[in-house]
Design a protein around this ligand. Structure first.
Ligand code: IPE
Ligand code: IPE
Ligand code: MG
Length: 250
């Protein structure tokens, strides 16, 4: 009997996996603990997921760590999340380097506390030459924010005469998103049983396969990632064509 990991076809891996890490608060509450305890325990799941992706050969992993809307949470929780972020980035940078992992960030990074921006900038610089896996943290991120930003920049270019409106196309638009240069995620995973996208990568997920699991993020382990990849590999991605066309190209 093959292990879950052995069932993965390494020749058909998604290049880019995106994850909405959800359920920390409910996980903690079910144990009679504070929501912050849930976030602290989510760090282990982040480490397992990052290591597993690097090991099997996924090229990009984007983790939704803090949304634009999450600023509306109680101040103590927001502060605890920012502190946890600073500490985790600091603690994990040597491991990222050891494992040849490059750290990137998308979102309204300037809205983060100064200490957080500094820690992030230094970790990104220290890992910038690494080539095995790109770990992208979505921080103070929302897709609507990202799209509005892109539109403003393109409008400015048009106003400045650098670009004619009829020249605007998908390539130009994508180059103005914070994910410019990255492949679109083929697989999007959301934990905790919620079936929604919560303002995450709306454009980039246009043709992604979605995988939902009831597992709460602090309980998410390598095997849960492998199961998601296996589910992805069992699907037929048709991109508007018929099943027959996809099975017999031409
Ligand atoms: C995800 O867990 C972490 C963040 C959004 C920062 P939640 O904190 O959303 O946990 P639930 O959904 O309330 O259980
Ligand atoms: C989405 O989770 C954002 C992150 C995982 C960082 P939320 O728990 O904030 O999403 P909603 O608001 O319940 O949809
Ligand atoms: Mg949640």
């Amino acid at each position: 009997m093959k292990s879950v990991k052995e069932q993965i076809d390494l020749n058909r891996l998604p290049k880019h996996i995106a994850v909405i890490m959800d359920g920390n608060g409910r996980w903690a509450k079910s144990k009679g603990a504070s929501r912050i305890f849930g976030h602290q325990n989510g760090v282990k799941s982040v480490k397992e997921t990052v290591e597993a992706c690097a090991e099997i050969g996924v090229e990009y992993l984007t983790l939704y760590a803090f949304s634009t809307e999450n600023w509306n949470r109680p101040a103590e929780e927001v502060q605890a999340l920012m502190e946890l972020l600073i500490k985790t980035i600091f603690d994990e940078t040597p491991t990222l380097n050891k494992n040849n992992i490059r750290l990137l960030a998308i979102g309204d990074i300037k809205s983060l506390p100064a200490k957080c921006q500094e820690q992030l900038a230094s970790a990104m610089k220290e890992t910038s030459k690494n080539t095995r896996l790109s770990l992208v943290l979505a921080l103070s991120y929302s897709s609507k924010w990202e799209i509005m930003n892109a539109i403003k920049q393109i409008a400015q270019d048009a106003k400045d005469g650098k670009l004619a409106p009829e020249q605007i196309n998908e390539v130009i638009f994508e180059n103005h998103l914070s994910t410019a240069g990255m492949p679109h995620p083929e697989l999007m995973i959301r934990t905790s049983g919620e079936h929604r996208i919560s303002n995450f990568l709306l454009w980039q997920l246009a043709y992604a396969e979605f995988y939902f699991t009831d597992v709460m993020w602090p309980d998410f382990r390598r095997e849960d990632l492998y199961k998601a990849i296996i589910s992805y590999q069992q699907r037929e991605r048709r991109f508007g064509k018929t099943g027959e066309q996809v099975k017999q190209p031409n």
